[in-house]
Design a protein around this ligand. Structure first.
Ligand code: CP
Length: 306
C-alpha cells in the first residue's frame, strides 16, 4: 500500500509482512545493526497536532535508524497558529518534496483527507477516536512474540474503549487474525456502535471480562474527549474498573498486561500491576520503534525510486 491510514479492511495476509519485517528490525535494533541506507535520501515529516511521547519519538528514531532525514514539525510554533489550515500546511510540506508524512490529528479522518491531496505517503499516527494503526501493529507483534502465534487468543480490552482509537485498531487487527475480543468498561464508555466493529463481546462487569483472558489491555480515561461533568472520579473508577492484582488473577496464569500509554497509575491500572512480571508495557514501546521502521520501509518501497 502507498498509505497506512487504518487497520480496517486489511487482511491478516496483508498485515503479516509488516509484522515479519518489524520482527527482523527488532532483532537488528537490539544488535545496533539496522541497515542505515534503507531510507537514505528519503524525507520523513512528523506532523503532530496532538501531544505525543511514544509515537512521535519512535517514528523519529525509526526514520533515523534507517537513514532518512526526519523533520519534527512543531505545530505549537508553526504557522498553524496564524490560521493556516491543515490542507494548506500539508500542501506546503508536500511542495518541499517530503516522501512520508506522519500525521496525528484530533479530527477522525484527517490523515485520509491529506492522503488525497499530497504525493507523499501518509501514515496515520492517531486520528481522533478513529484509528491508530501502528499501535495495533506493535501490540500484535508484542503478543506474537510471547505466544508464538496471533490467533485463538482471548484479549480483554478494558477501560475507555469508546474514545479509544487504539481499541478500534486493535479490534480490527485481532479479529482479522481470529482472536476473541472482549470489551470491558462502564456502559457510558462502551457505546453500542462498537457492535459495528464486528465480532466483539461487551462487558460492564470487568471481573467477568477478565476470566480466562490471555491478554489484558488497559486503556486510559480520555478526559480530553469527554464533555465537562462527564469525567468519572478517579477513585470510583479504579474501584470498579481498575486493573489490580485481584482482578488480574482472574485472567489466565501469566496473562500479558498491556497498556499503550500514557498510563494513569491508580486510575485504570494499579502501579504494582504495571510494574509486574506480567507487564509487557516496555516491550510494547520497544516494538513500537521496530514496527515504525517496518511501516516507513514498506511504504517507501511502494513509492517510486529516489
Ligand atoms: N500510545 C501512544 O500513542 O502514545 P503517545 O500518545 O505518547 O504517542
Amino acid at each position: 500500500p502507498r498509505h497506512l491510514l487504518g487497520i480496517e479492511g486489511l487482511s491478516a495476509e496483508q498485515l503479516v509482512p509488516f509484522l515479519d519485517l518489524a520482527e527482523s528490525y527488532a532483532l537488528l535494533s537490539r544488535s545496533r545493526s539496522a541497515p542505515r541506507d534503507a531510507l537514505r535520501g528519503r524525507t520523513v515529516i512528523n506532523l503532530f497536532y496532538e501531544d505525543s511521547t511514544r509515537t512521535r519519538t519512535s517514528f523519529e528514531l525509526a526514520g533515523k535508524r534507517l537513514g532518512a532525514d526526519v523533520i519534527n514539525m512543531s505545530v505549537a510554533t508553526s504557522s498553524v497558529n496564524k490560521g493556516e489550515t491543515l490542507l494548506d500546511t500539508a500542501a506546503t510540506l508536500n511542495a518541499m518534496r517530503c516522501d512520508l508524512l506522519v500525521v496525528r490529528h484530533a479530527q477522525s479522518g484527517a490523515p485520509a483527507l491529506l492522503s488525497q491531496k499530497v504525493e507523499a505517503s501518509v501514515v496515520n499516527a492517531g486520528d481522533g477516536t478513529h484509528e491508530h494503526p501502528t499501535q495495533a501493529l506493535l501490540d500484535a507483534l508484542t503478543i506474537r512474540r510471547h505466544f508464538g502465534r496471533l490467533e485463538g487468543l482471548t484479549v480483554a480490552i478494558c477501560g475507555d474503549v469508546g474514545h479509544s482509537r487504539v481499541a478500534r485498531s486493535n479490534i480490527h487487527l485481532l479479529t482479522a487474525f481470529g482472536n476473541k475480543v472482549r470489551l470491558a468498561g462502564p456502559p457510558t464508555l462502551l457505546p453500542g456502535a462498537m457492535a459495528e466493529l464486528g465480532d466483539v463481546e461487551l462487558y460492564s462487569d470487568m471481573d467477568k471480562a477478565l476470566e480466562g483472558a490471555d491478554v489484558v489491555m488497559s486503556l486510559r480515561l480520555q478526559k480530553e474527549r469527554m464533555g465537562a461533568g462527564l469525567v468519572p472520579s478517579a477513585r470510583e473508577y479504579f474501584r470498579f474498573f481498575g486493573l489490580d492484582r485481584r482482578r488480574l488473577a482472574l485472567a489466565k496464569p501469566g496473562a500479558l498486561v498491556m497498556h499503550p500509554g500514557p498510563m494513569n497509575r491508580g486510575v485504570e491500572i494499579a502501579s504494582d500491576v504495571a510494574d509486574s512480571d506480567q507487564s509487557v508495557i516496555s516491550e510494547q514501546v520497544e516494538m513500537g520503534v521496530a514496527v515504525r521502521m517496518a511501516v516507513l520501509d514498506r511504504l517507501s518501497r511502494a513509492r517510486m525510486p529516489v
